[in-house]
Design a protein around this ligand. Sequence first.
Ligand code: NAD
Ligand code: ZN
Ligand code: ZN
Length: 391
Amino acid sequence: MKANVWVRPNRVEVRDVPDPQILNDGDAIVRITSTAICGSDLHLYDGYLPAMLPGDILGHEFMGEVVEVGAGVRKLTVGDRVVVPFPISCGRCASCQRGQFSVCENSNPNAGMAEKLLGHPPAGIFGYSHLLGGYAGGQAEYARVPYADVGPVKIEDGLPDDKVLFLSDILPTGWMGAEMCDIQPGDTVAVWGAGPVGLFAMMAARLMGAERIIAIDRYPYRLAKAERHAGAVCVNYAETSVPEALKELTAGRGPDGCVDAVGAEAHHGNAAIYAYDRTKQAARMQTDRPSALREAVLTCRNGGTVSVIGAYTGFVDKFPMGSFMNRSLTMRSGQCHVQRYLRPLLERIRIGELDPSVVISHRLRLADAPIGYEMFKNKVDDCEKVVLSAA
Ligand code: NAD
Ligand code: ZN
Ligand code: ZN
């Protein structure tokens, strides 16, 4: 089959690779109809996450048709149309039972140990390095889906791929980002990053009853989308001082909820520093660009909540702990517990309350994935979200 593989930083290639096979009774094989490129893939593309090997198949946002199931699979049959959540979780451990699927306890105690020896698929993320299970991803024609009875959600009516694909990751992630702010009527919620994740956080905040939503980014086309689809007031951080703008918009108090939907955006010189390479990279990345996280903490109203859905690894320096502690802030974060949100969000899509397809700016063939990565990384041609179709 064809698959988009990581080669080295800033280089991906579509190659012929072996088809995936059932390895465990609980696996299914899915023929992928649609898959997308995520901001999290850019962390791999930038080369700032260790443990990617040349030839590893990328991608953790995908859906398709079940073409084979293992002997133990009960809930899926060949021909079912499914969206697959990005966390690979057992569904049985204490974390999964609490609905905290992205911290499934069923991890591989000895990273790299063959799954056969381990006796079960370790928790992890599709296409997201050998630190997170070493699983092949979904930017491919087919993928193996472990715990097929736990993760995938069946799409039984005629909803098109474009409307349901983002249940795999960014829609629940944005939703969780807003949910962690415990929004009360009348609240103001500020969202750093008007990418697809930030936009969904804003749309969710609106549905949760936020009175005012503030979008912070530097790309006018992304801010315009936030205004159009979430009614956000926009702050362009390339032109305006964000702390001052937020003060002005909130009578000096600061937003009640602050969502970081940026993360360690190495390719834009955000001032986050990754732990495993603190020498040259640190010098290069310590630019005078604002750190979204630091700004969120410093501008949040006393007693408010900072919700971190942007992804980080390692240490992030210059965290304003004094301000955080003395102003009674709450911080919540996490990789999204996608499985928890699949059905409720599918229902909202079905009744027309949410249309996630508004984020799509480009549709390409799987074969053109390398072009998609470049466009999405450099935000050219008003790129917001790239969907790849395997056909
Ligand atoms: P994206 O690259 O499309 O969007 C990021 C946006 O942040 C860009 O528009 C950029 O201009 C903006 N930005 C950069 N620095 C900023 C700053 N200082 N202030 C305000 N805005 C700034 O990426 P995306 O797909 O929207 O993903 C966003 C983040 O969410 C990534 O870090 C990704 O890894 C993370 N993510 C996390 C989860 C999770 O489960 N928690 C899931 C999916 C994605
Ligand atoms: Zn993602
Ligand atoms: Zn588990």
